[in-house]
Design a protein around this ligand. Structure first.
Ligand SMILES: Cc1cc2nc3c(=O)[nH]c(=O)nc-3n(C[C@H](O)[C@H](O)[C@H](O)COP(=O)(O)OP(=O)(O)OC[C@H]3O[C@@H](n4cnc5c(N)ncnc54)[C@H](O)[C@@H]3O)c2cc1C
Length: 500
């Protein structure tokens, strides 16, 4: 039986472990943190339970397919609730709209802001559906040669849908008000891209959110990780936590020209041999820190340093001794000068003056996450990554204060008196805890055209045999659904390479 060692128990590492085990491989997962999950981790303290990272679950079919592939039924094991509206959007002037996936309700909401917009809204959704279909052609496959991109039909559809244009400019052709332009362009930020820099192709995420809808797994996203960990136990995956990999061991072939991975060495000095090594740890980190420079022909430091990195984030988690029925489960606050906010984060890499943020109150749907009569609030403000030279110790109290002031406006003027538990997560914490380069949050390599599909680092190392990747830094890319797809693509890759 072939043995595989997987470095990292993020969602991608766990999904890969289950799939490869189902194929009959002997699978060991080594995770540096005590608790598996990577970015999809959880805080459980003082009676509160809150997801640390992802909270927005779209493309549920990718989760269902992962479970089907290992002979399980996701919906039998985890209870999901559909969210409608998907989000409430708060604007700087105190106004808000709800983004429903019921089209009649959505139309009523947007008409309040921009009378007469409904036809243009429906055209936007229809055109985004075509981009979704086109985008799926590019994400749902392994790449070997650049000619794999050459799909004449896709080329025609790229032109027909104008998916190659700038996202914000294109959204501006459907919507005339600043408010709706914000509401229908922000989604690219989830891929670490400003809508002012992203391809219009990425309105496919808006489509997936609006039309396929958002789901909430009871217990939060971490309940999926807990279930995957339970399945590892049931299926015989050897999951080791609280121990980091220090090096991927590589041996040169007799000719000296080829080299191949043959296991990993842990921080403790222990050598774990394996026929196949899969890294779910960040790919940039893996090359820079876990592989000796003499074996790295394809990704030397200089090349990795030139790549484009996604943004980071500051997170504030609050336990509150009160319930807020007027809130929605998911919300976003947009600062007045959207462009200044995004340019500060993505271009100048400085701390924005008036941070926009994501506000999540999962206790609206799931009161079990807090003691009776209490709520948990999760605030995520996108921030520049650590390539910017910011003094975070000085900046964090200021950012925190600004977030509290907004909460006073949109949630409760007395909120400070009701906060009974508080935690935060800073850009440096992502680097320390999960080895995220430059403290990037959602994923490391931003998904511009030249860091997507064929151009994104492949899931098979070209310079070292038996070394593979799974997760956000290889293709298809960032976000839970993409990471689950990357596990499927890895499985297909290994099945072909090793005739499994
Ligand atoms: C704040 C935040 C909000 C997000 N919101 C959403 C959302 O709403 N919806 C969505 O779909 N996605 C969201 N994302 C993105 C999503 O969480 C990630 O893209 C995805 O979870 C990445 O999974 P992964 O398996 O690639 O890697 P990771 O989760 O990064 O896991 C990698 C694992 O490798 C481990 N590791 C690293 N180095 C070593 C080593 N040397 N030895 C052993 N182990 C090691 C790490 O500890 C980690 O557990 C969000 C991310 C963040 C941070």
């Amino acid at each position: 039986m072939k043995s595989v060692v997987i470095i990292g128990a993020g969602m991608g590492g766990l999904a890969a472990a289950l799939r490869l085990r189902k194929m009959g491989l002997d699978v060991t997962v080594i995770e540096k943190q005590k608790r598996p999950g990577g970015r999809s981790n959880v805080l459980q303290e003082a009676g509160f339970r809150v997801d640390i990272g992802p909270t927005i679950l779209v493309m549920k079919d990718t989760f269902e397919e992962t479970y089907r592939a290992i002979g399980q039924d996701l919906n039998q094991r985890i209870t999901f609730k559909a969210l409608d509206p998907n989000y409430r959007i708060y604007f700087h002037d105190g106004d808000h709209i709800d983004l429903y996936n019921s089209m009649a309700k959505l139309s009523a909401e947007v008409e309040r802001v921009e009378p007469g917009v409904t036809q243009r809204l429906f055209r936007f959704i229809g055109d985004s559906a075509k981009k979704y279909e086109l985008g799926m052609d590019f994400v749902d496959r392994n790449y070997d040669h650049i000619t794999d991109l050459a799909n004449p039909m896709a080329g025609v559809r790229l032109v027909q849908t104008s998916a190659y244009q700038n996202l914000y400019e294109q959204v501006g052709k459907y919507f005339r008000t600043d408010k709706l332009r914000k509401a229908f362009s922000f989604h690219s930020m989830f891929l670490g891209l400003s809508p002012f820099d992203a391809l219009a192709m990425y309105s496919l995420i808006t489509y997936a959110d609006l039309v396929e809808g958002m789901q909430y797994p009871m217990g939060g996203i971490y309940s999926i990780i807990e279930d995957m960990v339970a399945l590892c136990g049931e299926m015989g995956v050897n999951l080791r936590t609280g121990v980091a990999v220090k090096e991927i061991n590589v041996a040169r072939g007799a000719s000296g020209a080829t080299c191949a991975a043959n296991g990993v060495t842990l921080e403790t000095g222990e050598f774990v041999p394996a026929n196949i090594v899969v890294s779910n740890a960040d790919l940039v980190y893996t090359y820079k820190r876990l592989i000796r420079p003499e074996y790295r022909k394809v990704y030397p430091d200089a090349k990795l340093d030139k790549m484009d990195y996604a943004c980071s984030g500051y997170l504030l988690y609050l336990g509150v001794d009160k319930q807020y029925d007027h809130m929605r489960h998911q919300a976003l606050y947009f600062s007045e000068d959207y462009r200044a906010n995004l340019d500060a984060i993505f271009r100048a890499k400085v701390i924005p003056d008036d941070p926009s943020f994501h506000l999540n109150n999962p206790t609206i749907t799931d009161p079990s996450l807090a003691p009776p009569g209490h709520s948990v609030l999760y605030l995520l403000a996108p921030m520049p990554n650590l390539q910017g030279k910011n003094d975070w110790d000085a900046a964090i109290p200021v950012i925190r204060e600004k977030l509290y002031r907004q909460l006073e406006k949109i949630v409760d003027p007395d909120i400070r008196r009701h906060v009974v538990w508080e935690r935060e997560y800073r850009p440096e914490d992502w680097e320390r805890d999960i080895n995220a380069p430059y403290g990037v949050a959602f994923g490391s390599l931003s998904q511009g055209f030249f860091q997507s599909s064929y151009f994104r680092p492949h899931n098979k190392a070209r310079d070292i045999a038996n070394l593979y990747f799974v997760g956000q830094a290889t293709y298809p890319g960032i976000g839970m659904p993409m990471v689950l797809l990357s596990a499927r693509l890895l499985q297909e890759r290994l099945a072909k390479d090793y005739r499994l």
